[in-house]
Design a protein around this ligand. Sequence first.
Ligand SMILES: CC(=O)CC(=O)O
Length: 246
Amino acid sequence: MNPKEVLSLQSMPAASASYGRPPYRFIDREFFIITYESDPAAIRQAVPEPLQPDGSNTVSYEWIKMPDSSGLGSYEESGIVIPCTFQGEPCNFVAQMYLDNAPAILGGREIWGFPKKWANPRLSVEGTETLTGTLHYNHVLVAMGTMPFKHNLLDQADTAAAIAKTQVNLKLIPDVDGTPKIAQLVAYTLENVTVKGAWSGPARLNLIPHVNAPVADLPVKAYIGGKHFIADLTLPYARVIHDYLQ
Ligand SMILES: CC(=O)CC(=O)O
């Protein structure tokens, strides 16, 4: 391999790329999102400056089922998103993410800086009527959410706008000597969103303390509600909005 060939490689390992080249198109991506009030001090601790929590004291706990994801495969994901502002503009900070697909973990961390760890999320309709999300970490249940199945229609244009809200990750990559090599806030905006169905309803969420999957560090104080929607969308490359090393 000559240097030009090295620089044209998609990703490690050189012998076989771990993930396809973005942008990634997701077909029938199914979301279950429970929004709740949490502890303002816990939210402030989880959000890296210069991002600011948006003052609502809310957190969204998510399950996402992705049966058809170009460049990645089929997988499920679960995690925590915190509504914030960056320089006064609204965005969502992705605080924790757990999933069961190696290409999506590797590509997600290496390109966008998603805070991804391996675990076993599941989104399903249990007992014919209850939309149910679970997250197991090392075979131990750490999160369970429930919502009635498709009770109230949600506006599809509002849902598409919510999906296209700017998302922000904290990308951290150490250098070979252990010092930070990359320390950035990275933003991206989902594109070409087509909402295929969207529903709302009451929801309940149980978060269980676990040191390696600390979802319960953002405790539930009061429920706001649940949303369930299915959409096609594209994840493009990202942009750096803040560099901690400059
Ligand atoms: C590649 C990705 O990071 C997309 C996702 O898993 O949400």
